[in-house]
Design a protein. Sequence first.
Length: 887
Amino acid sequence: MTSVVGVKLVYDFDEGSRDMRDLLGGKGANVAEMTRLGLPVPRGFTITTEACIGYLRAGNRFPDGLPEEIDGHLARLEEQAGKRLGDPEDPLLVSVRSGAKFSMPGMMDTVLNLGLNDRSVEGLAKRTANERFALDSYRRFVQMFGDVVAGVEKARFEAALADLRAARGAASDADLGPDDLRDLLATYKRIYRDGTGEDFPQEPRAQLDAAIRAVFESWENRRAYDYRRLNGIPHDLGTAVNVQQMVFGNTGPRSATGVAFTRNNATGEAGKPFGDFLVNAQGEDVVAGIRNTQSLGELRDVLPDAYDQLVETMALLERTYRDMQDVEFTIEDGRLYMLQTRNGKRSAQAMVRIACDMVDEGLRTEEESLRDLVDPAQVRQLLLPQLDVANAPEAVAEGVNASPGAAVGGVVFEADEAERRGSLGERVILVRDETTPDDLHGMIAAQGILTARGGKTSHAAIVAVGMGKPAVCGVGAISIDDADGAMTIGGRRLAEGDTITIDGTSGKVFVGEAPLLEPDPDNPYLGRILEWADRARRLRVRTNADTPEEAAQARGFGAEGIGLCRTEHMFREGERTEIVQRMILAADDDARREALDRLRPFQERDFEGIFRAMAGLPVTIRLLDPPLHEFLPSLVELSERVAVARATGTPDPEAEALLPRVQQMHEVNPMLGTRGCRLGIEWPDVYRMQAAAIASAACTVKEETGDAPLVEIMIPLVAFAEELRLLRAEVVDACETVLRERGERIEYAVGTMIELPRAALTADEVAAHADFFSFGTNDLTQTTLGFSRDDAEGKFLTRYLQRNVIPANPFETIDRGGVGKLVEVASDLARGVKPGIKLGICGEHGGDPPSVRFCHDAGLDYVSCSPYRVQVARIAAGQAAVDERGG
Ligand code: PEP
Ligand code: MG
């Protein structure tokens, strides 16, 4: 038995509103809202998400009371419609559709025309005086019910339809007459019996219950699961089920069905609703991209009254929702019906433009637009590469420019193959006749999507826009040869793996690798949004940058300093490697100091470059962190070299000399070995050299520019306060020595990273020796969870995420309950003894929007992230502040 007792599980459309998304799902809440607004919506009711969760938790059993509630609402619907479900004279037909809180287009199941059976189909034929229409509706129902509810392969029905067309010499389905459809129905029912062992159910109420179960269960199918994972939608929300009176777009030439956006979803341009429709067709035909659609503008010529009403309705919906809407509509014998409205998915370009336009149109305040209309993760797409049009070769084909940006990759024809090659790090373009939700995993793995059929509202286009992936659709010049694993495009034959370039901005396709341009970060709409975010946010945003070039780039994106400059790469470049090896292999302190003296000028030059690039802003430089064996040849290679040398009698003194030292330095688990401050304790001269180089560089830049850099020296991987006390003393002594020699005064701070649970838990002791803390949440995640940051991803972590053991990759989004708690504890302890201590984060989480939100909530002073995520972090920080104020 389920526990959902005494709770209302079903709502009529006129009982809900758009504020009830949690319970009614997005579709249900919006249909209720449209009903409330008095728009022409076919009647119906919504079974709640709670009922779905109850059903799934009880092992696929209806919660107590649900069947009775459905009975009550069905009776009301029958009364309103003046028809009964399954009535042999004049049957009520319903659609049964999924609808979760967050839109998951095409991921879950839908059944249309429910209520038809061998008798009611005759009633429908008589009532509508259209036998062909009635029979066609019934055969569609058998096919959809068979596929979605009973699990009979869709392809078997489609093959039967294709066979019949061929046998009758029919060019399209429309050429099949009533007698043909009767034959087809007999075949369909045979296919159904073969597939299920049962006759096609004739009892409408049993049909309805089975369809509701199927929709509940579709919450757990693979594509729905993948979609949620990709979009960060929780797995425990469940889907609502909408049961709605059918209206028909396929009753003749005055009927149509279509989908439309209230503004352009690729560019964001206002005042130009656009979409696709089909005359004399049923809903799924449009989205499936099976028939070539007409564009919305043409509807004005075909059905002018319905068109005017639709445009007016869309404008009202935009004003109501204060956001771009994506609507589904059907016109039955000239009468318009609205089936659905939702906030439309849009490209990043459209997103920033719409957010600004809605402010200019007086529909939203700046803060509301920032909070509700901007997805910071999508902002990164504005930084997607575009085709270098001036230098592009001749296109081989052209289709619909379905999702902007350009991509290069090898062609693959199957989603599984795209996933396989993608996991090996290959760049691929998924090429299909058209995509279906079953291709989702391949679309995730691909750089871009190319289809032979479908337009801007096809599945491929909508999903690609949402993912921010380039897509070109409806390229008629493509013909895919499944048997050969090859395709022809514009007369060229390409095998799997051959490289192509697609330009989703223009719709062009090129053979080979076409030149791409780095994107333009100076989008004016984005500029305005960043201003709003900067005005609102409390968190500062710095960058992780190791070179002057990166620092300058990040500054261009608005970075307010460097939160982490890793110094290890400075040891790896060119001639330095040899000096570093000498330092490591030095027989005594003098020999080591000599090597360090040679390294120091290189380091000084590096630091000067970075200080110049960040003039006037704080720069946090971290002293050497990685294990030293990383700078030596690999033990395996060296052992081989020595073995070969000895076996062949060709002496290799260099390898012989290195081997014992490399053996000595070898560690089984170097991530937990001699790295971070342990290196500094072992060889203080390394850190002294780095500190001296930093101080000298600061003096040089100050003398040059008159402006002293704001220097912060950071000691990594501290576990004990004593480590920091000792090393701080070394660093201060080295810096003061330089300053005395140079006769200069520079302010500098010395702080530490908090990367180990012990440091977090004893943060009050550690803080006594620190001017600042920077949470190194990469290592802190590794050491708190005991998940190796080098091994977990792509191995067991994948399974953890699939099985929902943890909600998100903890190396991407901070684990609030564990790692986050340590950050909070450490912050409280540190501020308890040093109220003014500066606190920041420099792990990868610093550029992840939900983690930025956490940092805001935890009261940190700044986040630091890679240059390309600086704008993302600025927006996420602004949203956190607006959200907190409830603005
Ligand atoms: C960290 O551990 O979070 C960090 C920023 O340091 P690194 O990634 O260099 O170990
Ligand atoms: Mg670290």
